[in-house]
Design a protein around this ligand. Structure first.
Ligand SMILES: Cc1cc2nc3c(=O)[nH]c(=O)nc-3n(C[C@H](O)[C@H](O)[C@H](O)COP(=O)(O)O)c2cc1C
Ligand code: SF4
Length: 412
C-alpha cells in the first residue's frame, strides 16, 4: 500500500489553485528556465510516453514542434476531454492539481516555442474548469509567465476551453476542429498536427497526465523517473479501476504494477468474492485480458505482448456471471452513438455490430449473425479516418476469441 499516490496525486501536488503551495513543492519550471535547450533531451532520456492512450514517446512530438520555425504561432492543446467509459484520471488531476498541469504545459511551451496554450476540458468537469481558470490567472501574474514569454519572444497566451463533451472530441485532430470553433470531426492525416494544426499552425496535443509528469522530471531528473517504474517501465501510472471490485477508484502506482496486484491489493479484491472473468483494458477500446493474464505487468509493452493495450490505464473488471455479449453490446452501442458519421463504414458498421450483438444477447440470433460479426471484424479495422472504429472492433473481436462458447450458447 505504501506505493500509492507517489507523485502526481501526492498530497503536496494536490494543492488546488494555490500557486504558492505548488511552487514550494515543485520548481521544475525554474530549473527548465536555466537551460531550455536541455528540456527535450531530458524528456527523451526519462522515456516519458503519452498517457492519453497511445504511449507515443513524448519527445518525438516535442522535437517536431520545436523544428517548426516558420510559423509565428504554435499551439499546445492540453487534452482533458476524457469521455471514454471507465477512464476518470485526468478529471482528478485538473480538479486537484491545476498548477501541476499548467507548469507541465509551460515547460512544453518553453521547449518548443509554443505561444498559445489551450486547456481543453470536458464541460461536465465544472470544478476543474473553475480551478484551472483561477490557477491560470495566478500564473499570468507570476514572474515565470514573463520569463517564458521573454524566452519565446512573444506573450504566452492561455485559454481554458470547455470541449464539446463528445467522446470523439478527444481525438487529436477533432480537438483542433473544436479549438477552431467547429464540430469535432476528425481530420484526414497527413498533414499531422505538428505540421498543420489549429488555423494551419503547428500544434502539439498532449494528454493531461503526460503533462503532469513533466515538472517532476525537470525537478528530479531522468533516472529518478525511470526508477519509479517496474523493470523496463518508467514513471508512475494512474490506473482508473472500476467494475466488480470492492474498492473502485484511481490508483497511482509504479508503471508496470501487475493486474492481480491492482485488483487484489489496491482494489480490495473481487466484489462478493466472485471469480474474476475478464478485464476491459484501457477502457473498452482494447482487447480483453482474462484470468491467465492476471500476472501481466500493466505497462505499454507488457500489455501489448498479450495482444492488448494499456490505453488510458482504465481497467473495467467483470466477474463470473456477467454476460459478455451484453457487456460488449453496451460498449459497441457507445461507440456507435459516438461515431461522428464521416466514414460510412464506421457509422453503419458500429450500429450493425450493436444490432447483431443485441439480437444474439436476447436469444434471437442465428449462426448467420455470428458469422456476420466475424466477417465485420475482418473488414472494418483501418476503414475509418480515426481510431474509433478500430477500438469498437477490438472489443468485439477479442470477446469472440475468448468467449466464443458464450456467443454460440446464446444462439437460437
Ligand atoms: C476516439 C478517440 C478519443 C480520444 N480521446 C482522448 C481524450 O479524451 N484524451 C486524450 O488525452 N487523448 C484522447 N485520445 C488520444 C488523442 O488522439 C491523442 O493521441 C492524445 O491526446 C495525445 O496525447 P499523449 O501523446 O500525451 O498521449 C483519443 C483518441 C481517439 C481515437
Ligand atoms: S472512424 Fe468513425 S468516428 Fe472516426 S472519423 Fe470516421 S466516422 Fe468519425
Amino acid at each position: 500500500m505504501e506505493r500509492l499516490n507517489q507523485v502526481l496525486l501526492h498530497e503536496k501536488s494536490r494543492v488546488g489553485a494555490d500557486l504558492e503551495a505548488w511552487l514550494a513543492h515543485c520548481d521544475g519550471l525554474k530549473i527548465a528556465l536555466q537551460e531550455p535547450t536541455a528540456i527535450i533531451p531530458l524528456i527523451k532520456e526519462a522515456g516519458l510516453r503519452g498517457l492519453g492512450g497511445s504511449g507515443f514517446p513524448t519527445h518525438y512530438k516535442w522535437t517536431m514542434l520545436a523544428e517548426q520555425t516558420n510559423s509565428k504561432e504554435k499551439y499546445l492543446i492540453c487534452n482533458g476531454n476524457e469521455d471514454e467509459p471507465g477512464t476518470f484520471k485526468d478529471s482528478i488531476l485538473l480538479e486537484k492539481t491545476p498548477h501541476q498541469v499548467i507548469e507541465g504545459a509551460m515547460i512544453a511551451a518553453l521547449a518548443t516555442g509554443i505561444n498559445r496554450i489551450v486547456f481543453y476540458i470536458n464541460p461536465d468537469l465544472e470544478e476543474a474548469i473553475a480551478n484551472m481558470q483561477k490557477a491560470v490567472k495566478q500564473w499570468e501574474e507570476s514572474e515565470f509567465y514573463f520569463k517564458v514569454s521573454d524566452h519565446i519572444k512573444q506573450p504566452l497566451n492561455f485559454s481554458v476551453l470547455p470541449s464539446s463533451g463528445h467522446y470523439i472530441g478527444g481525438e487529436e485532430t477533432a480537438t483542433i476542429e473544436t479549438v477552431e470553433g467547429k464540430f469535432p470531426f476528425p481530420r484526414r492525416k497527413p498533414p499531422y498536427p505538428a505540421e498543420k494544426g489549429v488555423y494551419g499552425c503547428p500544434t502539439l496535443i498532449n494528454n493531461i497526465e503526460t503533462l503532469c509528469n513533466v515538472p517532476h522530471i525537470l525537478k528530479n531528473g531522468a533516472k529518478w523517473f525511470q526508477d519509479l517504474g517496474i523493470d523496463d517501465a518508467y514513471g508512475t501510472k494512474i490506473y482508473s479501476l472500476s467494475g466488480d471490485v470492492l474498492s473502485p477508484g484511481v490508483y497511482e502506482l509504479p508503471m508496470g504494477t501487475s493486474l492481480s496486484e491492482l485488483i487484489n491489493d489496491y482494489g480490495g479484491g473481487m466484489l462478493l468474492n466472485k471469480k474474476f472473468k475478464a478485464v476491459f483494458t484501457g477502457g473498452p477500446s482494447n482487447t480483453l485480458l482474462t484470468p491467465k493474464d492476471l500476472d501481466v505487468h500493466l505497462d505499454f509493452d507488457s500489455v501489448a505482448a498479450r495482444r492488448s493495450g494499456l490505453g488510458t490505464g482504465a481497467m473495467i473488471v467483470i466477474s463470473e456471471g456477467t454476460g459478455i455479449v451484453k457487456r460488449v453490446a453496451e460498449y459497441v452501442s457507445f461507440f456507435a452513438h459516438s461515431s461522428c458519421g464521416q466514414c460510412p463504414s464506421c457509422k453503419t458498421g458500429t450500429y450493425y455490430i450493436a444490432m447483431l450483438l443485441n439480437k444474439i444477447d436476447t436469444g434471437r440470433g442465428r449462426r448467420a449473425d455470428l458469422d456476420a460479426l466475424i466477417n465485420l471484424c475482418e473488414i472494418l479495422p483501418g476503414s475509418g479516418r480515426c481510431g474509433l472504429i478500430n477500438g469498437a472492433v477490438k472489443a468485439l473481436e477479442s470477446s469472440l476469441y475468448h468467449f466464443m462458447g458464450e456467443y454460440e450458447h446464446s444462439l437460437k
